[in-house]
Design a protein around this ligand. Structure first.
Ligand code: GLN
Length: 192
């Protein structure tokens, strides 16, 4: 399995290392043709408005949107979750999202207590050690989007048939649950 980690800004290396530790091949995707022949994509955390701007400058936004609309599996973490949303409640000036997962998100939604924190949360796939860094919250979901993780009554994980999006950073705690789930979705499309 070849997974492209979108490497424009943010926490790229930790995702690549975790994917490799789980037996996948990870390449860093920076140019449109880096998206060719991938089995899946990871959009990391960072700053979603910066990732948005760089995707447009480097010509990645359109081919990536097309590939994801076509069902290419994607994992988005933190800023990556924001990037996948259909609607951002409080975008930075000019900020757009790719509109892949039917959800409305709010950036920097957690107050000081979990501004930056590590906690164990309950997900559909069991307990996960999750790091939060100025994390977004999912305000609502629609269509084929299902809630898979909640903390303090806030939605922090959403899944569709091809996408997995979480508010937190699973790549920073060494907990492989979310990446394993993502790779099992990728395997499903590769074997189909
Ligand atoms: N607050 C950031 C944003 O709006 C996300 C933070 C993160 O990815 N750790 O993009």
């Amino acid at each position: 399995m070849v997974i492209g980690v979108l490497a424009l800004q943010g926490g790229v290396r930790e995702h690549a290392e975790m994917l490799r530790a789980l037996g996948a091949q990870a390449i860093l995707a920076r140019k449109p043709n880096d998206l060719d022949n991938l089995d899946g994509v990871v959009i990391p955390g960072g700053e979603s408005s910066t990732i948005d701007r760089l995707m447009r400058i480097f010509g990645l936004a359109d081919p990536l949107t097309e590939a994801l609309r076509g069902g290419l599996p994607v994992l988005g973490t933190c800023a990556g979750l924001i990037t996948l949303a259909t609607e951002i409640e409080d975008p930075a000036p000019g900020q757009k999202s790719l509109g892949i997962v039917d959800m409305r998100v709010r950036r920097n939604a957690f107050g000081r207590q979990v501004d930056s924190a590590v906690e164990t949360i309950v997900t559909r796939y069991g307990a996960v050690r999750a790091a939060y860094i100025r994390a977004p919250e999912v305000v609502s979901v629609g269509g084929d989007a299902e809630v898979i993780a909640v903390t303090s009554e806030r939605i922090v994980g959403v899944e569709t048939p091809s996408a997995l999006a979480v508010s937190f950073h699973p790549e920073l705690t060494g907990d492989t649950t979310i990446h394993e789930r993502f790779l099992s979705k990728v395997r499903g499309t590769v074997d189909a």
